[in-house]
Design a protein around this ligand. Structure first.
Ligand SMILES: *[C@@H]1O[C@H](CO)[C@@H](O)[C@H](O)[C@H]1NC(C)=O
Length: 255
């Protein structure tokens, strides 16, 4: 039954055509729900599904997680993480793995930032509140705000890249909702500044962030936080889009 449903789903995906930019390859960074070069903090209790890692900063920059080293000293666990925790000062091969992973994160950021030409320039003057966003490359020469709910509408093979030269700010208790089968794994936010997701807000997609990402109390993300400075969580839920990525890749192979 499960197999039948999966095949039926893949058939449906394979029969629709993809729109939007070529996928941004995350490389080894795609194995992480959260990556940071300078630290990850949580005000418990957060709930993360996927691995988290810091490099080049050491494990002392992972705070609030009550880490427990595993027997090999290559990774740690936390009751707030369904997955493993990695830091640059853990035992071999973790430091070299993390160096390569952070390198892949930076390559993905540069790739996303360099895409051209945009399908939409300064869409809505950087205010996505109330908008429905179809697949495409969106370029903003400013910060972007989500002051009210917005929608990302497309099929499971469609792709989105949102490039911005400023910050991405989402108001408290607002929601980005996926419509029509759109997948968080196919949505990239390339943010030159910081990301701030307000208390109780719900965000979707892969956050490639040049500086920090702040998730306020009870905020949620279906996606990944790949940030080049600090990540701060406050009773936040971050869930990596594992199945979506698998389905999208499988569909690509079938098409
Ligand atoms: C892990 O680290 C602890 C504390 O430093 C040490 O006693 C133990 O031998 C290490 N285990 C391995 C497998 O290296």
């Amino acid at each position: 039954m499960t197999k039948f449903v999966l095949i039926a789903a893949l058939g449906a995906i394979a029969s629709v055509s993809a729109a939007g930019p070529a996928a941004v390859e995350l490389g080894k960074a795609g194995n992480y729900a959260i990556l940071s070069k300078s630290g990850i903090s949580t005000v418990p209790t957060s709930d993360i599904t996927g691995n988290i890692g810091v490099s080049p900063i050491a494990s002392t920059a992972i705070t609030g997680f009550s880490l427990k080293m595993d027997s090999t000293n290559t990774s740690a666990t936390s009751t707030q993480v369904t997955g493993s925790v990695y830091a640059a000062d853990y035992a071999t091969p973790t430091p070299a793995d993390l160096t390569a992973t952070i390198g892949d994160m930076e390559i993905a950021y540069t790739d996303a930032a360099g895409r051209t030409p945009p399908d939409h320039l300064n869409f809505g003057s950087g205010d996505l509140g109330g908008k429905t966003l179809g697949p495409g490359l969106y370029k903003f020469g400013s910060s972007v705000i989500i002051p009210t709910d917005c929608f990302i509408h497309g099929n499971p093979t469609d792709t989105w890249i949102f490039q911005m030269s400023g910050d991405l700010t989402m108001a408290a208790n607002k929601r980005v909702t996926l419509v029509g089968g759109a997948l968080a794994s196919n949505i990239v936010w390339q943010v030159a500044g910081y990301v701030e997701v307000g208390a109780g807000a719900h965000m979707e997609g892969i956050l490639l962030v040049k500086t920090a990402a702040h998730f306020r109390t009870d905020s949620r993300l279906n996606g990944r936080i790949l940030a080049q400075t600090a990540v701060t969580l406050q009773s936040s839920t971050v869930t990596q889009p594992y199945l979506g990525r698998f389905l999208a890749q499988t569909a690509d192979i079938l098409v």
